[in-house]
Write a protein that binds this ligand. Structure first.
Ligand code: GLU
Length: 295
């Protein structure tokens, strides 16, 4: 076992109870951390869902019920809003941010520069004249704050996907409502918690170049990434509550763990036993298609 001083983590958003796919990702995050001698930490990403502390409590209880334990008390993002503010202030003082007045519709309708990557912010507000900025300020819409990026793409190394190069645009750091954007908060928190291994669903693979690039601007070490396959329903869409019995309370702990173990090719159905069998090279690379019992 390689010993490192770092940590891995699981970082759920408390928007709904964890479903079997989220639980499988949590198990994998724990296995990746433990098999490399890392600590395992938990972070509740509740900047959007502050009111759902009941959901967060159930999420933590479900993780405990399936046998996962973490090494420090869980962190809640809403408790360190100052962290995000001070990083945004630092970036602003270095000239690395600008105000953006665009609505979603403005962005969709903006002409795209030739070769601009799909989904990249078209930099509409990046170089506004003082007069144009004053006019937009007078419109009353509180601006978002964007990163003034000096690149269009960045590469990360992922344990399952190899070298992955993706878009880095002038992404939002602080939303118009004043709340830190996910891409900022995740980078700042991972660094603050000493996290050097990020295991999560592969729907976030395309966000990792933005996050790693921001981390380098802030002088943070880049974590090791492992983006693991998602769980899909039989229609090939992300699993959701409407698909039927998907949460631990619906399925029951023993069945859920047996299903997760089978989907990963383990004979053991508890985290400790899975750790003995864990070999990242043998993990399935395709989504797990899960057919919930209809309720
Ligand atoms: N909070 C995010 C989610 O539940 C995960 C963020 C991350 O792991 O970086 O989808």
């Amino acid at each position: 076992m390689t010993r490192t001083a770092g940590a891995g983590r699981f970082a759920p958003s408390p928007s709904a109870d964890l479903h079997i796919g989220n639980l499988r990702t949590a198990v994998l995050a724990w296995l990746f951390a433990r098999s490399t001698g890392r600590r395992f930490l938990l972070r509740v990403e509740d900047l959007d869902d502050r009111s759902s502390s009941d959901t967060a409590t159930r999420q933590l209880a479900d993780l405990t019920a399936i046998g996962l334990a973490w090494d420090e008390p869980p962190e809640f993002q809403h408790q360190h809003v100052h962290r995000y503010e001070s990083v945004v202030d630092e970036l602003s003082s270095r000239g690395l941010t600008y105000e953006c007045y665009c609505s979603r519709k403005d962005i969709l309708q903006a002409p795209r520069a030739p070769h601009a990557p799909e989904g990249a912010y078209p930099r509409t507000c990046r170089d506004l004249t003082d007069t144009a900025r004053d006019q937009r300020r007078a419109g009353g819409r509180p601006p978002a704050l964007r990163l003034r990026s000096d690149t269009h793409e960045y590469s990360v190394i992922d344990l399952l996907h190899g070298e992955y190069t993706g878009v880095v645009d002038d992404f939002v750091l602080r939303r118009g409502d004043g709340v830190a954007a996910y891409n900022l908060a995740v980078v700042v928190d991972d660094a603050a918690q000493g996290i050097d291994q990020v295991v999560r669903g592969d729907d976030l693979l395309s966000s990792s170049p933005r996050q790693a690039y921001l981390g380098t601007l802030l002088g943070y070490p880049t974590p090791v990434y492992a983006h693991v396959p998602l769980v899909l329903n039989t229609a090939g869409k992300r699993l959701a509550k409407r698909d039927g019995a998907v949460s631990l309370s619906d399925i029951g702990r023993a069945t859920a763990m047996a299903e997760i173990a089978a989907s990963l090719g383990f004979t053991a159905t508890n985290p400790g036993g899975m750790l003995d069998e864990f070999d990242p090279a043998r993990l399935p690379r395709l989504p797990w298609i899960y057919e919930p019992v209809r309720q």
